[in-house]
Design a protein. Structure first.
Length: 151
């Protein structure tokens, strides 16, 4: 007989350190810093918003092993929540000092275009994880299969 809640416990996220996602998060973070400090126009306005979704996703996947689609969904919900908090001027309502770290992180300018960029970032992640990562895994397993036949 199963212990009550044993199946629920098996769904608890497993913590880990995934070096590939960590390196991705570091590169994306550095790229975001360069964009924030040295870029203007569409690169700063749109490309940075696409990359921030990838950055948050990579950071989460560095430390937890969860369903990738679920992590993308959580990342999008988080980003949309921050964006909608800007619509309601939450940073000002909370009394954050303009130019301060919390004010800058939360932001204060709502943009419907940002929501579109976040969605594009999420789609890129899903495509990358589906096409590139699965094809790499397939190639790896195919190589193992052919190697076992040669042995």
């Amino acid at each position: 007989m199963a212990i009550c809640g044993a199946t629920a416990l098996s769904k608890i996220p497993r913590f880990r350190l995934h070096v590939g996602y960590l390196l991705s998060a570091i590169v994306l973070f550095l790229l975001e810093i360069v964009i924030a400090n040295y870029s203007t126009g569409w690169v700063r306005s749109y490309f940075g918003d696409i990359l921030v979704i990838m950055l948050i996703y990579s950071a989460l996947m560095t430390v937890v092993k969860l369903n990738k689609q679920l992590v993308v969904l959580f990342t999008l919900i988080f980003a949309f929540s921050v964006e909608f908090s800007q619509y309601f001027k939450l940073a000002e309502l909370l009394g954050f000092k303009q130019g301060g770290v919390a004010y800058t992180l939360l932001g204060n300018t709502f943009s419907i275009e940002d929501l579109g960029c976040y969605l594009i970032g999420g789609i890129i992640i899903l495509l990358f994880e589906t096409v590139f990562v699965k094809s790499t895994a397939l190639a790896s397993s195919t190589n193992r299969l052919f190697t076992s036949f040669r042995s």
